[in-house]
Design a protein around this ligand. Sequence first.
Ligand code: ZN
Length: 235
Amino acid sequence: MRIALISDVHSNLEALEAVWEKVKKADVVLCMGDLVGYGASPNEVVEFVRERMEERTFLCVRGNHDNAIAFGLDWGFNPYAREAVRWHQRVMTIENLEFLRRLPVRGLFTDDTERSYILIHGSPRAPLDEYLFPWLPDSEFQSVLSYIRQDDLLVGHTHVPMLKVIGERRIINPGGVGQPRDGDWRAAYAIIDTKKELPDNVEFHRVEYEVEEAAKKIMEAGLPRFLAYRLYEGY
Ligand code: ZN
């Protein structure tokens, strides 16, 4: 079985389309949230996901940006993100906002080897908000895992790819599709191949996408220019 992991699309349709070409043959797609926020194509991204959720196994949880936009919140964000949150609230359709409101905060999946996964945007301790950065000490990851019973924890939120192995369990972040923050501008995703041996059966991938088009749309929408420039930097 091949399990595709994606996260943090952030209204970047061009990046999502490029990643989709790579993951569409996987048996299941698991998404750790933040479909929207920052970018200029929120309705297009949500509709792309909604259509494909009907056709195949595609599980998606709610991120902090999805939550803020869907429920009309804008606190706790830096000024650029807040401006984008407000812009999203103005341009998104009622149906697409309703879709975001219905996304679960946690998702569960079991693969063909009976290995169990829980999907959470941030962490089990603060599902929408806590950042699990790769440089945290192992004791932090051990503590985080004590809140859940599944074998593996799948997260997003940091936009930094990560594989942490703690005993027999793992914490995996595929990196960001629509706004990578590890210095590589290309869209990130990961594939778990359950035929391969644990714990290294996760492959991390990058794919180039039409970044000029995504950046141009951000400028044309009147969103902060910084949100367009950062796409080229991978930060
Ligand atoms: Zn994010």
